[in-house]
Write a protein that binds this ligand. Structure first.
Ligand code: BG6
Length: 487
């Protein structure tokens, strides 16, 4: 007789929590020996529908190096987590977090990127942060490189465009695995590995002076170096701390065919492959065949060294994590209305509403993605980013009533639960920007995701005081009930 039963809800050890990134929260950009990072030369977008994070030129970098203030560079300020981490982690603990996803700023550990000895003050900061998490029984989940690297590596190597950067990265990762052995159980190599095909934020390479073909050539080559570096890090992690688990991280962009016309379905399939390529390499350990055709047809020639393919095969990740904010539609023709927002998001879906930034909100799509990932990869999954960016207002009663955020999160958690009932192996859920952070895409402060409000405006004015929003108490209830009480 068939004896397996259907799960009825989230597993008992489900990892509930929240996520941030060093360059968006820490501030303290020039203290305790830290070097300047690629994130800290990015200015606030002049139009919030444009991603300023990839609009970097050689001239704008020089201008940023000459400017020793944080006025025009919001990621130098963050929300001063560097000096508030005890207060912030205490608030996370009050919500009942089991896990807190954060990243390490590479330039705190290796300020110039190519030193042989790490900066002890940088390591000490993260010792203290992890100890603070453990004090409350919170497991840190660490992204090793979240949208930043030491700026000097851009100036000397053009970031990941050069193979030399692999050695700098593996020196950094070895230091981390040795120092935090037994302290950090969950690691991720690169945040949103697919961001490398979008430009500077992913590659640390300036390519604004190149034509589109040459840009893509450079980005796929840089990505190959990141794949190799990631595979080496996976191997190092397994050797140094066999108890730890290390995963990959993808910005998932589920896409649907615009119509049932097979040509639209095929166009959507290709679009989806171009999103799954990254995890195909990192989870399965090899380049998928469909990319051979894509590279030939787009004139992209990758340089690989002997041994690279073996490294990729040996550096398969233990679990797959991803960010999930939106879905798109794909058409074989260009007669479809485009979704307008600050990401290149494909066609507009008439069945979905969008955030103020044009991101199409699709909770059911999360269930679809979870099922597809589980079918395709058979490794545990982790939703490490999800959330609604919105402009929160302080009401006359002095509170922040963010019921729109509660609605968004509730609907996504409901669909995650459905996926768990479908049989998906889901490890955990960390909402994005559990405390308000500087936006990655536009460097605004006013695009907020948090359960905790931070008093700071786009220009950096404000007391930095932390305040609980309505969603704070709601999420506390969700965690306490292991996802059963969503009201
Ligand atoms: C993800 C990034 O792409 O989306 C985060 O990993 C980012 O760093 C998040 O903050 C939301 O994007 P944005 O542009 O609204 O900050």
């Amino acid at each position: 007789m068939y004896s397996k039963t259907m799960p009825t809800g989230f597993p008992k050890d489900f990892l509930w929590g929240g996520a941030t990134a060093a360059n968006q929260v820490e501030g303290a950009w020039n203290v305790d020996g830290k070097g300047l990072t690629t994130a800290e030369v990015v200015q606030k977008a002049t139009d919030r529908k444009v991603m300023s994070m990839n609009e970097v030129t050689k001239e704008s970098i020089q201008e940023a190096i000459d400017d020793q203030s944080d006025k025009r560079y919001p990621k130098r300020r963050g929300v001063d987590f560097y000096h508030h981490y005890k207060e912030d982690i205490k608030l996370f603990a009050e919500m009942g977090f089991k896990v807190y996803r954060l990243s390490i700023a590479w330039a705190r550990i290796f300020p110039k990127g190519d030193e042989t000895t790490p900066n002890e003050a940088g390591l000490k900061f993260y010792d203290d942060v992890f100890a603070e998490c453990h004090k409350y029984g919170i497991e840190p989940l660490i992204t090793i490189s979240h949208y930043e690297m030491p700026l000097i590596l851009t100036l000397t190597n053009n970031g990941w465009a050069s193979r030399k950067t692999i050695a700098d990265f593996t020196r950094y990762t070895e230091v981390l695995f040795k120092r935090y052995k037994g302290v950090v159980k969950y690691w991720l190599t690169f945040n949103e590995i697919n961001a490398s095909t979008w430009g500077f934020t992913g590659t640390g390479a300036v390519d604004s002076d190149l034509n589109v073909h040459d840009q893509m050539q450079l980005r796929y080559q840089a990505l190959h170096h990141e794949f190799v570096a990631s595979a080496i890090a996976v191997k190092q992690c397994h050797e140094i701390d066999p108890e730890a688990q290390i995963g990959s991280m993808l910005a998932r962009m589920q896409t649907y065919a615009n119509t049932p016309n097979p040509v639209d379905v095929r166009a959507a399939q290709l679009q989806d492959q171009l999103n799954l390529f990254f995890t195909d390499v990192q989870v399965r350990g090899e380049y998928p065949e469909y990319m051979n055709r894509y590279f030939v047809e787009n004139g992209i020639e990758l340089e690989m060294e002997p041994g690279d393919e073996q490294l990729l095969a040996e550096g398969k990740v233990d679990y797959l994590s991803f960010s999930y904010y939106m879905t798109t539609i794909t058409s074989a023709t260009d007669d479809v209305e485009q979704a307008s927002g600050n990401l290149s998001m494909g066609g507009k879906n008439p069945y979905l509403k969008s955030s103020a930034w044009g991101w199409q909100i699709d909770p059911v799509g999360l269930r679809i993605t979870l099922n597809e990932f589980w079918d395709r990869y058979r490794v545990p999954l982790f939703v490490v980013e999800n959330g609604l960016g919105a402009e929160d207002k302080i009401s006359d009663d002095g509170k922040i009533h963010d019921d729109y955020r509660i609605d968004y999160l509730r609907q996504h958690i409901e669909q995650m639960k459905e996926a768990v009932k479908d049989g998906v192996d889901l490890m955990g859920y960390t909402t994005w920007g559990c405390i308000d952070v500087i936006s990655a895409g536009t460097s605004e402060m006013s695009k907020r995701y948090g359960f905790i409000y931070v008093d700071q405006d786009d220009e950096g004015n404000g007391s930095l005081k932390r305040m609980k929003k309505d969603s704070f108490d709601w999420y506390k209830k969700v965690i306490a009930s292991n996802g059963e009480d969503l009201d």
